[in-house]
Design a protein around this ligand. Structure first.
Ligand SMILES: O=C(O)CCC(=O)C(=O)O
Ligand SMILES: [Fe+2]
Length: 173
């Protein structure tokens, strides 16, 4: 990714090396009225990369694109790769994180395994200096990784609302 962006790889490795790895197992029981509930509310993952495995062949994951919810069809033995908020910040918005949610099925349970590749807990999160230019000023504020995690987990999941709080607005706030 650093190569594709033509940045000094150190700017990326300083944030993610040594990184953290977390695993979440999601279990969505069947619901007779699936249109009235949501399995996992709309959110973007907080960290770097998410590698997701849908265990059963039950669809449920949806991504938001141009304001529309698009189903991600489950392919047998295929991983789904999601970009998280910290990658959006370090790439100064060039690689946006993906907003997604999970729905439930009326008859069958669904299980997914999400592996989160996250940052060094001692690091500071900010756009990579070489991606901050006069034409493209910093889009996000500097914050410690710990404070960023604390802020993210203190809120309920609501789209990309927490990342949006990190955005520097036009008047520099
Ligand atoms: O179950 C899914 O497909 C999505 C899981 C997810 O978004 C998460 O664990 O963060
Ligand atoms: Fe997620």
């Amino acid at each position: 990714m650093a190569n594709a962006l033509a940045i000094n790889p150190k700017e990326m490795t300083e944030l993610f090396n040594p990184g953290t790895q977390m695993l979440r197992v999601n279990y969505y029981p069947p619901c007779p009225q699936p249109e009235k509930v949501i399995g996992l509310k709309s959110h973007s993952d907080v960290g770097g990369l998410t590698i997701l495995l849908q265990i059963s062949d039950i669809d449920g994951l949806q991504i938001r694109k141009d304001g529309q919810w698009i189903p991600v069809l489950s392919l047998p033995n295929a991983f789904i790769i999601n970009l998280g908020d910290m990658l959006e910040i370090i790439t100064n918005g060039i690689y946006p994180s993906i907003e997604h949610r999970a729905t439930v099925n009326s008859e069958k349970e669904r299980i997914s395994l999400a592996t989160f590749y996250g940052p060094n807990m001692q690091a500071i999160l900010a756009p990579a200096p070489s991606l901050v230019t006069q034409e493209r000023p910093a889009q996000f504020r500097r914050i410690s990784v710990v404070d960023h995690f604390n802020g993210y987990f203190a809120q309920e999941l609501r789209g990309k609302s927490y990342l949006n709080e990190m955005r520097i607005t036009k008047d520099g706030e």
